[in-house]
Design a protein around this ligand. Sequence first.
Ligand code: SF4
Length: 429
Amino acid sequence: MKINIITLGCSKNSVDSEVIASSYAKMGHQVVFEEECPSNIVLVNTCCFIKDAKEESIEEIFHQLDRKNEGLTQKVYVVGCMAQRYKDELMQEIPEVDGFYNFAELAKLLENTNFDLLTNEGRTLSTPKHYAYLKISEGCNRRCSFCAIPNIRGNQISKPIDLLIKEGTSLANSGVKELILIAQDLTNYGIDITKEKNLDQLLLRLVDIKGIEWIRLHYAFPYHFPYKVLDVMSAYPQVCNYLDIPIQHVSEKVLQSMSRPSSEKEILQLIDTIRNKIPDITLRTTLLSGFPTEGKKEHDELVHFVEKVRFNRLGVFSYSAEEDTPAFPLGDPVKPKEKERRVQEIMELQEGISLELNAQKVASIMRVLTDSFEEEENCYIGRTEGDSPDVDNEVIIGTEQPLTVGNFYDIEIMEALPYSLIGEYRKLL
Ligand code: SF4
């Protein structure tokens, strides 16, 4: 059969789709991703961690049901976080769907009683062949009051190091040069296996995999940070001088009500320590705006923090009241317009910071991994060590001669824009 997998939400969901795809491929089926092409089955891998994500998932399900009515597919199946969290309600509300499968029921869908999303071997990549996400654990032990993920994905389960090395090696053998490490809480890796945080131990094994040139870290947690990770980062060039560390907020009052016990002082100390250890590190963060206990004063504290820290990469979400989360009883008092204004104020500030930081790169030669060729604009798109796919800056490369997508090149930076760099090809690395 031909199976079309549509993935919504985060990169962890993309890995789940790739593991499911590999299982289907082992059964002899042909699997495609996100294609508007006729197929026998469409699998919608959903997301539901905030309101917008739920709406997007529902829209996609109805879009695929329309395609079924047009005869472009025979079956529409729904999996992922929404099937896990709302299966009963969805079966009531959208009976046209041929099947909702929560995580435990995927084994039935894939006719494989041993199927397990985290430990199943094999991936059919949905990313360009030169980079891949590596999901090192599932679930989360923390209980941030705004977050529904622990209710959906459960407590943290770390994937054993040997399985991750096997997966990383097989990806490298298939041409992957960049591994992007992801989890709900990356820095807590291993705590459920060895009672120790041992992300550093995992990195020390991953750097030995032949062919892997970049290892990137996403979703680090800002408290009780395992500083040994920075020792590995500074000792091994394969570990990118890049760290994604969602801070969410800095106001003590807001952090307290988010059940994220910390303070601006502690967070600044952490960032100073990281920057002292890795001076040219690219720091990415995510902030949450409009939380019920965030008034004008607390918002201004956050704006002042962004001004002071000057993150290289920054994203802001606006608060979405999620039922079954500890914060839900607080209601959602910040008006949507006001949330929008606060998010915009932070992003306008960040745009200026990002342009200033990018301008410092002009006239330098940077190592760039090419991700794609844009026919219309006759240019290549790539990324530096400081850019993760889809969320960070891009390098727009002009060149007289053809380049090979998936290769590293020396690129001279000619111009800076807020969220991209313009460069010219100099030489193949
Ligand atoms: S660490 Fe992340 S996934 Fe875990 S509860 Fe907090 S926000 Fe949710």
